[in-house]
Ligand binder design. Structure first.
Ligand SMILES: *Cc1c(COP(=O)(O)O)cnc(C)c1O
Length: 401
């Protein structure tokens, strides 16, 4: 039985209402396109929230998953998993890091990063250093530890008491960070471009000052690349464009093009704080997820998709500036590569809804930011079409002012 959008929504009462969903049920995807249960077609500039970097139904990923499913899905980390070893080596060879731990999501990667930072302090005779400092407007995930690190009250409301051991400081304020960095701190954790917070790149000089300050105080720098990683911002990791190297960094969203996976990467002296038994995951790094991730990074590397993200991102920004630059409700374009925020003075949610009606999927971040996260394989004609639809949606909402 094939249900319509309306029927799916009508039968959805058994689901907890954790999401403000559009009344649309997605059933099929191909490249940059998605189809709903009624047969409507959408240009997907949300990419499952920065996940499907190679687009939908990519043949290499589909084949890798199918083949692995016929061979071995899961065996647990009681054994070595060849694909896990291969992916860890790939990541180490393409980053400034030395060792990798695999989990299943972004929030788990944040948790593991926080645990590793604390364990590093403990391992090095500084057990009093348990505090992690994060930035205002940050987003690190929804499980309790990551939620405590996430410095946005709207995500924390009603979930107290949070876990403690986290301090938030304002973005760009070196002095505030310096004051917060007392003898109880083991790490500073931040995104290079704050995604959920509203697509806000950190100032380069600020990031470099944070790195220098962490070095002086013997504190770890953790960079959350869950959204910015995998080439999205124009380099494989966003930190490459800031002239710093983290001690720990995370990956998740785009890593396996839609199969759930997360990773924590660290420099060897830090990674060594984890010993057998100190951290783990039943599913983490299982053959299916690893095979999907291996197929994903292979395409990313072969097609040098980070370079494509930089080029197409510049093209998209140019087209957006042309189409929207004079609109009275347009404020600015922010972001890096194919992680772009169109900031309005009001009405971003209404614009996103109007986009949906015109067959363009976008997300809303940080209040009045329309966020564009197309697959990294997006081509110029598709970008042109998206900009046309977005600017038509602006007129739908605001009229021809
Ligand atoms: C999405 C996101 C997370 C959380 O990832 P989940 O897979 O949803 O748990 C963490 N950090 C950043 C920067 C993110 O964008």
């Amino acid at each position: 039985m094939i249900l319509s959008n309306e029927e799916v929504v009508a039968h959805s009462g058994a689901l907890m209402h954790t999401y403000g969903r559009w009344p649309v049920a997605m059933v099929r995807g191909e490249g940059v396109w998605l189809w709903d249960a009624d047969g409507n077609q959408y240009l997907d500039f949300a990419a499952g929230i920065a996940v499907t970097i190679l687009g939908h139904s990519h043949p290499a990923i589909a084949e890798a998953i199918a083949d692995q499913a016929r061979t071995l899905l899961h065996c647990s980390n009681l054994f070595y998993i060849p694909q896990q070893v291969e992916l860890a080596n790939w990541l180490v060879n393409h980053s400034a890091m030395d060792q990798v731990f695999f989990c299943n999501s972004g929030t788990e990667a944040s948790e593991a990063a926080i645990k590793l930072a604390r364990r590093w302090a403990y391992h090095n005779g500084m057990p009093e250093r348990s505090t992690v400092i994060t930035l205002e407007h940050s987003f690190h995930g929804r499980t309790l530890g990551a939620l405590t690190a996430t410095a946005q009250p709207k995500y924390q409301e009603g979930f107290g008491p949070l876990l403690g051991g986290v301090r938030h400081v304002p973005v760009g304020d070196v002095k505030a960070l310096e004051e917060a960095l007392d003898g109880t701190v083991c790490a500073v954790m931040m995104e290079m471009v704050q995604g959920e917070g509203g697509v806000m790149p950190l100032p380069v000089d600020y990031v470099q000052e944070v790195r220098a300050l962490c070095d002086r105080r013997n504190v770890l720098l953790v960079i959350d690349e869950v959204q910015t990683g995998m080439g999205r911002t124009g380099t494989f990791f966003a930190y490459e464009q800031f002239g710093v190297e983290p001690d720990i960094c995370t990956l998740a969203k785009g890593l396996a093009n839609g199969v759930p996976v997360g990773a924590v990467l660290a420099k060897r002296p830090v990674a060594e704080a984890f010993v057998p038994g100190s951290h783990g995951s039943t599913f983490g790094g299982n053959p299916l997820a690893m095979r999907a991730a291996l197929a994903t990074v292979e395409v990313v590397e072969k097609e040098r998709l980070w370079e494509k993200a930089a080029r197409r991102g510049a093209y998209l920004r140019g087209r957006l500036a042309n189409a929207l630059g004079n609109h009275p409700h347009f404020r600015e374009i922010r972001g890096m590569g194919l992680m772009i925020g169109v900031v309005l003075d009001e009405g971003a949610s209404q614009v996103a809804e109007a986009c949906l009606k015109r067959g363009l999927l976008v997300t809303v971040a940080g209040g009045n930011t329309v966020r564009l996260l197309p697959p990294l394989i997006v081509e110029e004609p598709e970008i042109d079409m998206a900009v046309e639809r977005l600017s038509a949606a602006m007129h739908d909402v605001f009229g021809r002012e």
